[in-house]
Design a protein around this ligand. Structure first.
Ligand SMILES: Nc1ncnc2c1ncn2[C@@H]1O[C@H](COP(=O)(O)OP(=O)(O)OP(=O)(O)O)[C@@H](O)[C@H]1O
Length: 341
């Protein structure tokens, strides 16, 4: 549905040339929710703006729905843009228009007759759960409600792709959850392809099928969310994954246990999907003459299944510990020894 081939975007500034996007190759499939994560300055905004033609790449090709958008005329680009909508961190609503008038705005631009506009606005208000708020002004709405207006407006002309630029970053965790639930339901009900950029792994975890990790303009890692959670390869990906799977308190506990049991091994187990149901721990204790302490346990639910981590402190004979680790690996559970130093 969307493919980026060798895409680079350079900006010339007084300080010199900035490479905002550096040779990116990506394919986004129809109907999926694809997340792009990176810290500030990684190039996410530039990349997403390239997808709807707001920026032109310095080199490379972008194909959206079989149309090569990098070399088409402004007129044709406008047609493609109707199929690629966007929502924003700060909503970008028109403050002097009511909710209904904001949602109607893209329909007016597209020349939809007044009566059809009214019917479509009503449908959209229901779709995003803003019944009874049609005559409100944006200033009378909460952040979450404003983003619902943004989503309704973006969907007005029945796009095939929705781009989300840090769409939940200005919202509190509970409101973030409700907006992400709305995006999931829209993706499922309308079969809409969603591409989102974020710096929060929680967002990726909750709603994305696949993820690309950006650093210094490059995509440094990419894959199914569950796989990336299970086996992050790059240091930056590991940092993002630990945002959701570990917490400061657990780190403290690890520190304490290292001091308490200098001879034991601290082992992190990573479970995916069905493995989270398996009684691996009880079998481990039964089969091996080892002392096993649970330091921390955590199960996160991603869109494609459950993902869990368990940190164990295992003490006893060194050979038995190695055999136990082998046994755990045989259950297809990924293990990582946390150094005792
Ligand atoms: N129009 C521009 N002119 C010059 N430099 C730019 C321009 N747009 C972006 N950049 C630079 O490109 C790099 C990537 O910026 P970009 O906004 O894409 O990153 P980001 O990952 O979205 O970060 P943030 O979340 O802070 O917006 C940065 O160094 C930024 O300063």
């Amino acid at each position: 549905m969307i493919s980026l081939k060798d895409i680079s975007k350079k900006f010339s500034t007084k300080q010199g040339t900035i490479v905002a996007v550096d040779n990116v190759n990506l394919t986004i499939k129809q109907g999926e929710i694809f997340g792009i994560i990176g810290y500030s300055g990684a190039g996410k905004s530039t990349l997403i703006r390239l997808l709807n033609g707001l920026e032109k790449p310095t080199s490379g090709q972008i194909v959206v729905n079989d149309k090569e958008i990098t070399s088409i005329t402004e007129d044709k680009l406008r047609q493609v843009r109707q199929k690629v909508s966007m929502i924003f961190q700060h909503f970008n609503l028109l403050w002097s228009r009511t909710v209904a008038e904001n949602i109607a705005f893209p329909l007016e631009i597209a020349g939809v007759p007044k009566e059809q506009r009214a019917t479509r606005v009503k449908e959209l208000i229901e779709l995003v759960g803003l019944e009874g708020r049609g005559d409100y002004y944006p200033s009378q709405l909460s952040g979450g409600q404003k983003q619902r207006v943004g989503i309704a407006r973006a969907l007005a002309n029945r796009p095939e792709v929705l781009l989300c630029d840090e769409a939940t970053s200005a919202l509190d965790p509970e409101t973030t959850d409700s907006i992400l639930d709305l995006l999931i339901s829209i993706n499922e009900r309308l079969g809409l392809t969603i591409v989102l950029i974020t710096h929060e792994m929680q967002v990726i975890q909750k709603i994305c099928n696949r993820v690309a990790v950006m650093e210094n303009g490059q995509v440094v890692e990419e894959g199914d969310v569950l796989e990336v959670f299970q086996n992050p390869k790059q240091p930056i990906t590991k940092r993002f994954v630990s945002q959701v799977s570990e917490n400061a308190q657990a780190q403290q506990t690890i520190q304490n246990l290292r001091e308490l049991y200098p001879n034991g091994k601290l082992i992190k187990l990573v479970f995916v999907g069905d493995q989270t149901e398996q009684p691996i721990l009880s079998r481990l204790i039964k089969q091996f003459d080892l002392e096993v302490n649970i330091v921390q346990g955590n199960v996160s639910h991603t869109k494609s299944g459950a993902y869990g981590t368990l940190i164990l402190q295992i003490d006893g004979d060194a050979l038995a510990i190695d055999k136990a680790i082998l046994f755990i690996n045989e259950q297809k559970v990924h293990t990582e020894v946390i150094n005792n130093d």
